[in-house]
Design a protein around this ligand. Sequence first.
Ligand code: GLV
Ligand code: MG
Length: 349
Amino acid sequence: MRTPKEFFLPLALGAPDPLREIPVKPSRMIHFFDPSNPKMAAKVPQIAQKVDVLLGNLEDAVQADRKVEAREGLIKIAKNTDFGDCALWTRVNSLDSPWFLDDMLRLVGEIGDRLEVIMVPKVTGAWDINFVDQLLAQLEAKHGLTKPLLIHAILETAGGVSNVEEIAGASPRMQGMSLGPADLAASRRMKTTRVGGGHPGYLVRTDPDETNPEAPRTTAQQDLWHYTMARMVDACVQHGLLPYYGPFGAINDPTGCEDQFRNAFLLGCVGAWSLHPNQIEIARNVFSPPVDEVAFARKVIDQMGDGTGTVMIDGKMQDDATVKQCHVMVNLAKLIAEKDPDMKAKYGF
Ligand code: GLV
Ligand code: MG
């Protein structure tokens, strides 16, 4: 492990200084597009106005014989598009793939000043992050970049989940993490073919009625991802990173998508991936704090004065801890209001 003093030194001569803190701005939806698909590429300027983050995907979902088109397409799009205040990210191919090295060499060389975050898939331990960290420092120095590129790890292997804390703390470049439920399910040999969401077989059931054993027993579907999400959120917060839910594959189930996103939001995540334009609005609604809760939080902050002691508001006890919860809600709402005029009007800031 690097010592605390070494941790914030650049890893290559001439590379920019690592950031001490990850910039926090709205990233409610990370909208994926395939840069090798001309139809999707044509829509990028229009979608950039609607989303917080646009991500040029080079990894899974891009056909093996389209990998180079995707990479070169992303370079072209990045150079020719005005993204406004929408952040541009990419997901490169995995470290063991035949495409990873050229993804990094081409992207950092050509558009390293436009990209903010590089999403690294199938991370299994801190060593993966250390490797990407060093390579990025070399490339930043070579190309005279002045702002460090950040790394986002996808939590989608059993090894990655086991090592989640070390991954989160592996580099000052670590921006965040997303849950990758599809690869994670495969890696763990979970018996689901779904991309995120619940499963009707994963449930709890009430006890049998002893006087009437044949009576129907109520069941409730449980969240398959709760354990992993909770570990990811704690590791991220502990290391100053942002946690995200990843993909929800059932595009035809907006309600299920909303539920999955909301579970993640309530647990502490700041955003999710949108794989289809229909999911953009779902993510915007879910990851912007609810208007009535923000209004209530403002009332608590107001009435709590210096933030100590207790007050009763609408029959609910408030104290030093709840006022902190309220600050989390209001601070996030303020951040979102700065970027989203609709939400600003709704919050009344
Ligand atoms: C995302 O990459 C996933 O595997 O779910
Ligand atoms: Mg994956």
